[in-house]
Design a binder for this molecule. Structure first.
Ligand code: ATP
Length: 455
């Protein structure tokens, strides 16, 4: 079944019932478009982040990681352009009192890019052409620019002077630490600085489950290069990003590259490629790779007390490096992984839900099951052995063996190990593979090597 034919509500229910994602603040009626990760969700999230860190930091010998703060000096956002530019075009329908993104309405109806129009042209087009929208007649107010940054106050006094913002991207925390990181680590161009962390955007139209939320997490790499190397590393990171997504198990047919044309490019970008994913609601941006040029470092250099720059030993001169940025949201990636791996299968007369997650991503790699309760002590010894070998395992002795297998399939557990009546005599167990449901009989002492060799 193609992803856009999968029913997202069925998937959301499954995620809730099995402990992946819960509606946040549910006992108070929820908080709009806010979701909490449950015990299995956080295991999957951590595995996703681990894979990103491995691929973009550890395996790239020129890259290192940092962890900067959510709250930064407000001048950061002045320099980056977020205070003046980080806004969406909001339009209100006075009949149903709902607010929409003007560009989304235009793009949905015309299938063309709103970036090709000025704000005035867009407003005129909507007022003249969209007489009915979202099951309501329309009476449009003028388009307003709405800044997406969340504002709060630092300290005890609430006044303008203490206004501070929750970061809308993690990238700026990297730029402002350019000198610190480059000097302390004695880095030579080209090199990358990455981080994973929370970002906040007061989105006008959040929704589609965890696709667009106001609080989310990003994994961003800022890769600094000599200006003449920008094309080379832009292409490198577009290809690397696509391969990374495929390595996590996303299907070739579920992703596509979309190159921004000139009109659509962000003010800081010389070139941007989106990697889009076929979500249940259609194609949507999953990851973006942008050539941010020297925009960010140069902007900070106009406002900050210290110059962010690099001394080119060969030419004996200071230069401002260019930046290539692959950026992806953890939550969006989790959604894509779940949508692509969620399958409902019919086996003879029975149906099963199976999450065909890559071994590295599985919340539990193994579930240990005693066939009957009297085997539980021996089964628990196997569980302890797995945990001692850093293999994430769970244990289940409740219900029929068939039902227990189904439960584990539905949460993506890669192996089920069953301790049965013969195990006492032959010191062996049955190990069952999630996807093929094939079973092998193996010696207890061989369990660890079997798992390590067959994942
Ligand atoms: P969109 O066009 O969907 O609003 P964007 O182009 O503004 O996204 P970027 O600023 O490039 O997004 O952010 C980088 C990545 O962060 C995105 O590719 C996406 O995976 C993630 N992301 C951005 N906004 C959100 C959000 N509101 N909720 C969840 N993830 C987000």
């Amino acid at each position: 079944m193609k992803n856009d034919q999968k029913n997202i509500n069925t998937i959301i229910n499954h995620l809730k019932n099995s402990g992946f994602v819960f509606q946040s603040s549910e006992i108070y009626g929820g908080l709009a478009n806010t979701w909490d990760y449950g015990p299995l969700g956080i295991l999957l999230i951590n595995n996703i982040k681990k894979e990103w860190w491995k691929n973009f930091i550890i395996k790239e010998k020129n890259n290192i990681g940092i962890d900067s703060k959510i709250l930064l000096n407000p001048n950061v956002w002045k320099a980056s352009g977020h205070l003046s530019n980080f806004s969406d075009l909001l339009i209100e329908n006075k009949i149903n009192n709902k607010r929409y993104r003007a560009d989304h309405i235009y793009e949905e109806i015309t299938n063309k890019l709103a970036a090709e129009l000025t704000q005035e042209e867009l407003e005129k087009w909507i007022i003249e052409n969209v007489k009915e929208y979202d099951n309501s007649k329309t009476d449009w107010a003028n388009i307003k620019k709405f800044n997406l940054m969340f504002k709060t106050n630092q300290g005890v006094i609430e006044d303008k002077k203490n206004e501070i913002y929750l970061r809308p991207e993690t990238a700026q925390g990297i730029f402002i630490n350019f000198n610190n990181v480059q000097r302390s680590m004695r880095l030579k161009l080209p090199f990358g600085i990455g981080q994973i962390g929370k970002s906040f955007r007061n989105e006008i139209t959040p929704g589609n489950f965890i696709f667009r939320t106001r609080e989310f997490e990003q994994m961003e790499l800022e890769f600094f290069v000599y200006p003449h190397q920008d094309e080379e590393f832009y292409n490198y990171y577009v290809a690397k990003s696509k391969n990374f997504l495929l390595s996590l198990g996303l299907k070739e047919e579920s992703i596509r590259l979309r190159v921004h044309d000139k009109e659509e490019l962000a003010h800081y970008s010389k070139g941007t490629t989106d990697i889009e994913f076929l979500f249940s609601f259609g194609w949507g941006e999953l990851m973006g790779i942008a050539n941010r040029t020297d925009f960010d470092l140069t902007s900070h250099n106009k406002l900050a007390n210290e110059k962010l720059r690099y001394f080119d030993q060969e030419k004996q001169e200071w230069i401002i490096p260019y930046v290539i940025e692959p950026s992806i949201g953890v939550d969006r990636l989790l959604l894509a992984i779940i949508v692509d791996s969620y399958q409902e299968e019919q086996i003879n007369d029975e149906s099963r839900i199976v999450m065909q997650l890559k071994y590295e991503l599985c919340p539990y790699k193994v579930c240990v099951l005693p066939l009957v309760k009297k085997h539980s002590e021996s089964a628990k010894e196997i569980f302890d052995m797995l945990i001692d070998h850093d293999i994430m395992a769970t244990y289940d002795e409740v219900g029929s063996i068939g039902k227990r297998y189904r439960r584990q399939d539905s949460i993506g557990t890669y192996w089920c190990i069953t301790y049965d009546y013969d195990s006492i005599n032959d010191h062996s167990v049955t190990i069952r593979h999630r996807d093929t449901m094939k079973q092998d009989r193996i010696k207890i002492e061989d369990i660890i090597s079997y798992i390590q060799n067959n994942k």
